[in-house]
Design a binder for this molecule. Sequence first.
Ligand code: HEC
Ligand code: HEC
Length: 297
Amino acid sequence: MSAHDGEAPDVDPVTGYETTGHDWNGIKELNTPFPIFVITILGLTVVYSIIAWLLLPAWPTGRDYTRGLLGLDQGEMAVAGYQRLADGREDWMARFVAGDFDAIVADQALMAKAMPAAHRLFLDNCAACHGTDATGGPGFPDLADSDWLWGGDPATIAETLRVGINSPHPETRFAQMPAFGHDQMLERAEIETLTSYVQALSTGQADPDGEGGTLFADNCASCHGDGGVGGLGIGAPSLVDGHWIYGGDRATIFATLQRGRQGVMPTWADRLSEAEINLLAVYVSGLAAEHEALASR
Ligand code: HEC
Ligand code: HEC
């Protein structure tokens, strides 16, 4: 029973609300009604939760749980969705197992399905080193140009991916740029001359009959090809194309000749399936043409 039992309710003159009747040294508490809005929301949430309990899985019952009238199970839905995806993929992934590259590339419907998946596979496994657009960076070759260390047809690329380069795989591709300075195969002055010569090669101003040209023919052409055009398929890059793995400035070329280079490309044989390797090989093989088409637009 309130303090003003039997009396007229105490009304606050400013707000017009009744007070609770309590009085603390002249301070009174308003008896403000709970806002209808809040009560409505509260009521709606209660109604919603009762409906949700009825329709959806909700209450644990020991080892089981109430399934709800709709019988939804997000776990089962996810598994079913994944299965649908895998079934859809299996059809065309099977084509990559055999690795009949000419037939694959010619099949435009297949390529339209496969290349977006290949792009994702590339982003997941290769982009960390070769870049998201596959154009490489210092130490990692550009895969989107048409100059290759080992070769740019799908079969050769698939083999590069399978065994790696300077990798622990027993059949690894092996490539080494010798350390001409460190291993005292050439004098410092000769290395200086060759550094200038390599720079001249990349701008098309090299004189093959000069001192640099003779040194190059004697020491370098066996791996880099006559005039440094590369393309021998033994891992040595073209030196005339203006693309560099390590760099074309004087200091970097000098360091390459002084200390040698031996880049490592991992083997993917134990990390990707044969079909995935073939899928990536087709993808990487097509990048050069794709980039040229973009550039000429
Ligand atoms: C850990 C870094 C690294 C990763 C990851 C990597 N690569 Fe490489 N890759 C290299 C290096 C370094 C080279 C060059 C090796 C050399 O200098 O001889 C190379 C070379 C290559 C080549 C040879 C290019 C040519 O001109 O012949 C291909 C093709 C290639 N990578 C494709 C891939 C693909 C596809 C993936 C993903 C499955 C991948 N790489 C992942 C580091 C990597
Ligand atoms: C035994 C074979 C071999 C010989 C001989 C050789 N090279 Fe190389 N060279 C390579 C290989 C393989 C690479 C790539 C190394 C890598 O990618 O890790 C390379 C890389 C280079 C690069 C780096 C190119 C870049 O894109 O950054 C330069 C520059 C170069 N060589 C110049 C020379 C010169 C000049 C000579 C002669 C004095 C020479 N090479 C002799 C195998 C050779």
